[in-house]
Design a protein around this ligand. Sequence first.
Ligand SMILES: [Zn+2]
Length: 283
Amino acid sequence: MAAARYVRGTEPSQESPHPKAMDSHFHLDQTIKQLRKGSRVTTSAQLIKANPSIRPKIPVQVVGGVEVYCDTETFPEDLAREPGWKIAIGLHPKAAIGADNQVLQKIRRQVASPQVAALGEIGLDRIVGSDKWTRQEDIFRELQRMANPAKPVVLHLRGAAGDKHACGKHALALATIKEMCDSSQRIHIHNLAGQPRTLRRWRQVFHNCYLMMVTDFNDRQVEALARILLEMDSPYLMPRPDQRYNNPTYIGDMAQEVVRHRGGDIKRLLHEAMSNTRRLYGD
Ligand SMILES: [Zn+2]
């Protein structure tokens, strides 16, 4: 068969045929730990080219996202990133209990860098014993002092066992953030578990509030979402029960799950979520 001939400048595009997408929340440092021993992956761009054994059901072209660092031991030294990739620096509420001034100082320094796009994740997580709740709230307040309205605050709010919608935590977090931050503060509530009325309340108080849930959501919650973001929270949550590995390339599968509840077109959702991620975190 004769080889196909192309006029210069009309060669087939090397671009992926899949829709573009962004993952607005994942932990690069922890996800890399899941890779095979000897893996040389150090960046997000390399991670999405790594070859997991299970393929996404909905392949996408991941063009960027937000790397979240909330363990001071693995904060990046080099803050430069390729276009499309952003960094958030924070302290997980479970780790916040043991935080001292040195830790807070380290976070403050990094968050102030123009190369860091967001503060987070920070928040309240009542999985820890109730004797530690006051300490967690105090550190949460300290961390909020580092907020800058131009940089999103990424919130993690989880209730105690049995408190699926974390209602009390949302009310407390909303009250303290109202006290500490301007109403123009950009907010990303990640892996949201709230009831629709809670979601609406956040948006009434903070008009720059973006929301996303990762697991176990229902039609009423999805309906109440506005300014939707898509996130995999890798490596902590699995895209499918049969899977032991997660990374941003599964974001199409997450979009499919949202469409299953909300209806509509998956490509449109991927585009909408990508535009929202850019609007919130910057281009
Ligand atoms: Zn996370």
